[in-house]
Design a protein around this ligand. Sequence first.
Ligand SMILES: *Cc1c(COP(=O)(O)O)cnc(C)c1O
Length: 424
Amino acid sequence: MAHTQLSLKELQEWDATDSLARVREEFSLPEDTIYLDGNSLGALPNRVQQRVSEVTNVQWGQDLIRSWNTHAWVDLPQRVGQKIAPLLGASSAPDQVVCCDSISVNVFKLLAAAMTYHQNKNNDSQRIHIVSSQDNFPTDLYIAQGLQELLGNKRCQFVDVPEDELMNTLDDTTAVLMVTQVNFRTGRKLDIPALTQQAHKCGALILVDLAHSAGVLPLKLDEWKVDMAVGCTYKNLNGGPGAPAFLYVNQRLHSKLQQPIAGWFGHVAPFQMDPTYVADAGIKKFLAGTPSIISMAAADAALEIYDNIDMTIIRNKSIHLTTLFHKLMEQTGLSQTLQLISPTDATERGSQLSYAFEYAYELCQALIARNVIADFRAPNYIRFGLAPLYLRYQDVWHAVHHILDVIESQDYKDPQWAQRHAVT
Ligand SMILES: *Cc1c(COP(=O)(O)O)cnc(C)c1O
């Protein structure tokens, strides 16, 4: 279809017939900004503003500590987990998902639980390897390295290999395979059902990080027989900066996994103030301490947006958005200058596109100055997240034309864009 030139007018027509167009109204977005970073920090839903104001003014301000009961703060982690479950394909058994902590902490809890699972089960001293890909998200890699330090080389060794070698690395020494479904740099999507099957064939468990999947990809954790998963609510789920993460543990493992941070919220009866820890039997055992009520309530409200939307419609729009973006990059000749490092087949990637460019950092800063917000990932990638809930096809057209303008005018060479900030 290289000969058909897409016009802005045509894309405005696509927007007019987009069944998700009305969902954009749910968000409070600045007029003049094209936001291509919803995969890093989702936009602010209007209902979150209302909920946070109610939680602070009424629940906290007026009802004070009574709210733990009267507004059921005490089981908010489980209720938010129940709202996330259908987005993960995790509803075939109740209470397999809970909202808590950060991804980093949840990865630690679940990796440690996986290591002791094998030791308790078979006293299998051979099964000591945590296997992951070298370009997994740094925090996941750091947590595995830290666990190796903590447990010692005899009990735990971290093995990292290129993504394409994961399958062949698994064997009877693998305790747990830890993968992120959508690579944060390239947007490449791994085959989770196949990896799960292979891990199980080798007697290993699998832990899947859904940071760039939850809210944009249809997931079937139960059907794929995934053992454990983690993800965050502040990216595509729009829960707000630092909103708590979630974890999934398949019900068949609840009685078999021991959670290492044995805090009172994981106790079977926290308010009996029993001096001895007795873990809850269900998903609650994966909690540690007091939940962050304000930001968890924000995530809870944000999740309501998904109530009546089919994930396949979201995925279809996501595929159209990334396909359109790259087609416009080709149409304008920009794909000669910026090299696509994401898979060219839209079905093999998540809802983002990444391009390698020597001046990626400067380009990103020049775009931000024009209110086109993307992000930079070291060493030289610019990443565009395309959020299907609130991005319009016409926004993609404008974004690409802003990129064209910055490249053609050589604005990216202006020294002011080279100054590095703490957060890129
Ligand atoms: C964003 C992201 C994280 C973030 O972890 P936190 O502990 O919540 O800060 C972890 N893993 C992946 C793959 C991510 O993309």
